[in-house]
Design a protein around this ligand. Structure first.
Ligand SMILES: [Fe+2]
Ligand SMILES: [Fe+2]
Length: 283
């Protein structure tokens, strides 16, 4: 248990996350959007490409989910105390996975309903990407998984917000609003957990968090054609994970009562990793 936070501490974060979305505010891909009105004729080529891109990212959920199973197993390979911790985390992970699966499903449904793609063709295409492995190699500390997700959720939320700004199809506008709201809630959970790790383990978190930032790669950054694709959609909205770094800095800064040298150094490092040149001007 020594590198984890206590089960009670984690359970509080999970409880807060699960309570944050009342049943009446939940949505799904089947009932919550006006699919009959979806029309990709409203979209530019860049916007279509961006929708395809985020569909691939969201559809890679099995890869992300599998990482949590492997790192936080809920079986006899761990002792009862660790099991109890992982079981609490699992309450979060399954809900989070269900929401991400809804994202994948809704984006795919949008592509079909709006006339972008046929179902079978899209399914085949997504299977090609989905089979490619997603790895977070080299992580030795649990806080690294939560830090990675904190950055990724915030970067995705920012991206959906940017993409939405110029969209004239009301159905896609509605979908992107829902997606951004969910990612914001996911970010809040991971920010809460990282905060708890900092409060419990203090300076010992500086190096593991630093390593996440030093090696950060967006999911699927290794797939063939990723960077060409990312560039093609760059004029629509910039997908840059370093946009999330100011939020990571704020989380760390708020979590620590007083700045120590290791934390100062960490924050300077994260700041130095932010992309300074912005494509498409200031936002
Ligand atoms: Fe998502
Ligand atoms: Fe998310």
């Amino acid at each position: 248990m020594s590198d984890l936070i206590s089960t009670d501490d984690l359970a509080q974060a999970v409880d807060t996350f699960l309570a944050a979305l009342p049943p009446q505010r939940r949505w799904d891909a089947e009932h919550s959007l006006d699919w009959a009105a979806a029309d990709a004729d409203h979209l530019t080529d860049g916007q279509r490409s961006a929708v395809e891109f985020v569909t691939v990212i969201e559809d890679h959920l099995p890869g992300y989910f599998d990482i949590y199973h492997r790192r936080f197993p809920v079986d006899a390979s761990v002792d009862p105390a660790v099991f109890a911790h992982h079981r609490e985390l699992y309450h979060f992970t399954v809900r989070w996975a269900a929401e991400e699966d809804t994202h994948a499903r809704a984006l795919a449904r949008y592509q079909r309903s709006s006339g972008m793609r046929q179902r079978a063709e899209l399914r085949t295409d997504l299977a090609g990407y989905g089979r490619q492995p997603f790895r977070l190699d080299g992580y030795t500390h649990p806080v690294q998984f939560f830090t990675y997700a904190l950055v990724q959720e915030k970067a995705t939320q920012i991206y959906y917000r940017q993409l939405r700004a110029d969209i004239t199809d009301p159905v896609l506008d509605d979908l992107l609003t829902k997606l951004a709201r969910d990612e914001a809630r996911h970010f809040t959970f991971f920010a809460d957990v990282v905060t708890r790790y900092l409060r419990v383990h203090g300076d010992a978190m500086a190096a593991p968090i630093r390593d996440v930032v030093a090696d950060f790669r967006m999911p699927l950054a290794d797939i063939r054609g990723y960077w060409r694709w990312a560039l093609r959609i760059a004029d629509v909205a910039r997908y840059d994970h370093t946009d999330a770094y100011e939020h990571l800095i704020a989380v760390v800064d708020r979590a620590v009562d007083h700045r120590t040298d290791p934390i100062d150094e960490l924050l300077r490092f994260v700041e130095s990793c932010r992309t300074v040149t912005t494509i498409g001007g200031p936002r």
